[in-house]
Design a protein around this ligand. Structure first.
Ligand code: SF4
Length: 246
């Protein structure tokens, strides 16, 4: 009893309002402060920073924090973990704009809410992932985050799934297994990209070892940035897609 009292609650009662510790890097804010933009752009390992206006593409950002360390007057990272969206352009944060990143309800396909509003089974494909996003997706089902409480689960077979969650930059070797997995999922199905590597290729972008043609062929329903993705980012993103949050 003493141990249980000491540990307190093991689960997060409300995953939509949970507070994260200060070390977490979520949505960045870019001030209008004048800095050496060339130096700022050059320090980014994934070319996520652009000029005129200064912007950060969260689909490319590895959240290494180097830009905020070198240019604290220009860039800071908030603890905002609700950064998933169904619009790729919404992942580009521009200077002077401090607005939340949202799932656009007008772009969510009608059948998604109709078919998956109460239950969503997902197949996860690690397409040359480094196991970091995969671990965090796994953690979303632990006792703290407990994504199953919303009827969202990962399943072992694509034939039992309603959609696929892709992690990793998609190597040539994983391109065909990913395609096969996609076709094994019955219609209607959803496609989710989880993590910087899946969204843009991350530090592997442009590598001849990748085959990202899958992304040009099929509709992407949700982009979940992060390196790795935080379980709260994943859960809130999927809940927004399913219209289970306001
Ligand atoms: S935190 Fe993102 S934008 Fe900043 S340097 Fe790292 S990868 Fe580039």
């Amino acid at each position: 009893m003493k141990i249980l009292w000491h540990q307190g609650k093991q689960f997060i009662p409300d995953v939509t309002t949970a507070n994260l510790p200060g070390i977490f890097r979520g949505r960045p804010i870019i001030s209008r402060e004048k800095v050496d933009e060339l130096a700022l752009i050059e320090l980014c390992p994934t070319q996520a920073i652009a000029a005129n206006p200064v912007s950060i593409d969260l689909g490319k950002c590895t959240f290494c924090g180097e830009c905020a360390i070198q240019f604290p007057q220009k860039i800071s990272f908030t603890k905002e973990y609700k950064i998933s969206t169904n619009e790729r352009d919404s992942l580009v944060i521009k200077e002077g704009i401090d607005e939340p990143i949202l799932v656009n309800p007008a772009l969510v396909r009608k059948e998604i809410h109709r078919f998956f509003g109460s239950s969503l089974k997902l197949r996860q494909v690690s397409a040359a992932g480094d196991n970091s996003c995969e671990w965090e997706l796994n953690a979303s089902n632990n006792v703290q985050f407990d994504v199953s409480r919303f009827g969202i689960d990962f399943v072992a077979s694509p034939r039992h799934a309603d959609g696929v969650v892709i992690t990793g930059p998609i190597s040539i070797n994983m391109a065909e297994p990913l395609e096969r997995c996609y076709h094994a999922i019955p219609e209607p199905k959803i496609v989710i990209l989880a993590g910087t590597d899946a969204i843009s290729g991350g530090i592997f972008a442009g590598s001849p070892a990748l085959d990202r043609s899958f992304l040009n062929k099929y509709h992407i329903d949700l982009y979940i940035p992060g390196n790795p993705v935080h379980p709260l980012t994943f859960i809130n993103g999927v809940l927004s897609l399913l219209k289970k949050t306001k």
